[in-house]
Design a binder for this molecule. Structure first.
Ligand SMILES: [Zn+2]
Length: 258
């Protein structure tokens, strides 16, 4: 079984059927992260079609300004979601710094809920890696997936020390900086993702399909001088360890333990 720890299945449009077929056929367990409420509702419907799809609720930092003053509305959806994400900060692609306080407000609301509900979270950290590290410590968030990390190596090491897991995604096929990061991530904290369908679209102008995860695994294997099978197994074991004891994800654990 492959693990795609961060994808946006609601963005597939006409290609959704094909994407779900690939997920089934190639056994790709997929965390379907939401960007906002409408996206979460869509993902919940999509997940009814596959037991390999886990829909999770979050508000993406780009969407944070729309939600910062109506956080109470979010709480029932946070409560029903089995894990949290996509949430985070983006101080790089979002250049308008007047939006940063809203990003922080939304993120801290989710962090407080995740701590209380003991939920795994899926994090966007672009250009705000140190801020995220500080907040992970402040809220004592034990189970975090740092998605598509591309920041400084010293912060990566500090996050790893704290116990965060990291996804390597499709950019490992094209970027030396990401390859350096992929080599730096300790074995026991390594996960894989695609950020489909937009990740590859952003990099190469083509829609990313679920089987891209295999290329990511192959690429990590080549970098680490390991076999693809052993990298896929390591990622699988890491993900199982990450969700061990999580009452929200017992079914997932059962499914992945088969
Ligand atoms: Zn994403």
């Amino acid at each position: 079984m492959f693990v795609d720890a961060h994808a946006h299945l609601d963005k597939y449009g006409d290609l959704l059927d094909e994407a779900l077929q690939q997920i089934q056929q190639h056994r790709i367990f997929t965390i379907a992260t939401a960007m906002d409420l409408p996206s979460y509702f869509q993902l919940q419907r999509i997940a009814e079609r596959s037991d390999l799809v886990l829909p999770t609720f979050g508000v993406h930092p780009r969407r944070a300004p729309e939600y910062a003053d109506r956080l109470d509305e979010l709480s029932p959806f946070i409560e029903q979601s089995p894990a949290i994400g996509e949430i985070g900060l983006d101080f790089h692609w979002v250049e308008d710094s007047s939006q940063y306080p809203a990003q922080l407000k939304v993120l801290e609301y989710f962090f407080a809920a995740a701590r209380e509900q003991k939920k795994m979270i899926n994090l966007h950290t672009k250009g705000a890696e140190k801020n995220i590290l500080d907040l992970l410590e402040k809220y004592d968030i034990q189970r975090a997936i740092i998605h598509w990390y591309s920041g400084p190596l010293d912060i990566l090491r500090a996050m790893a020390q704290f116990g965060a897991y990291f996804t390597v995604g499709v950019e490992v096929l094209y970027s030396d900086a990401i390859r350096a990061i992929a080599k730096e991530i300790p074995d026991h904290l390594l996960l894989t993702e695609t950020d489909n369908p937009g990740g590859l679209k952003w990099l190469k102008g083509v829609v990313g399909m679920p089987t891209e995860i295999k290329k990511v695994v192959d690429s990590i294997a080549a970098l680490r001088g390991a076999s693809s099978v052993s990298v896929a197994r390591t990622v699988h074991e890491n993900f199982l360890r990450l969700i061990t004891g999580d009452p929200w994800l017992e079914d997932v654990r059962g499914l992945l333990s088969q």
